[in-house]
Design a protein. Structure first.
Length: 176
């Protein structure tokens, strides 16, 4: 995905950054994520079935500040981890691991775009324009500088719902 600034291509987003862009701009209808198991190097899959992001702009000490609030629901698709999904604490560990990975994806991508490109591709400026129009008119000429320095906090309400395939047939065949 290309990054444009003033109608010029200034760089490219990698796959993770493109996914983060789509999350923040509410373009996710359904997607699949591969998540590392909490206590091993194995993986499990989640199918995101709902993702909603609200960007809440505010002003702190005269500077722009944004809070990204995300609500995500996913199905647990395939689990390669050695976990007992009948135990709630094991299920919650997987949910926590998925939430942490999504947080890292968003934080790293937003930070990289701020520092590397300085182009507000996520639409934070639009959110400020809607909520704080007077302040926005003071900032808009120099928004790139404000965007680069802006603090962005991310909070995620992540829920795993249904359970799909719970065993890996190849692992089962190897054990027998």
């Amino acid at each position: 995905m290309g990054v444009l600034k003033d109608d010029r291509l200034i760089g490219w987003l990698n796959e993770s950054e493109s996914k983060a862009y789509n999350y923040v701009t509410n373009n996710i209808k359904s997607t699949v994520g591969i998540v590392g198991c909490p206590d091993s190097d194995k993986k499990f899959n989640v199918e995101v079935i709902l993702s909603r992001v609200n960007v809440l702009p505010s002003i702190r000490d005269g500077e722009p500040y944004a809070q990204v609030k995300m609500r995500t629901e996913a199905n647990l698709a395939e689990v390669g981890c050695d976990v007992d999904l009948t135990k709630e604490e094991e299920f919650l560990k997987l949910q926590s691991a998925a939430s942490e990975q999504l947080y890292d994806l968003l934080f790293d991508s937003i930070t990289r775009v701020q520092r590397h490109y300085g182009a507000d591709i996520f639409g934070f400026g639009e959110a400020f324009h809607r909520k704080h129009p007077r302040q926005w008119h003071q900032w808009k000429r120099d928004w790139d500088r404000y965007f680069k320095a802006m603090q962005v906090d991310i909070s995620i309400d992540y829920k795993l719902r249904k359970i799909g395939k719970m065993i890996n047939p190849l692992d089962k065949a190897e054990k027998e």
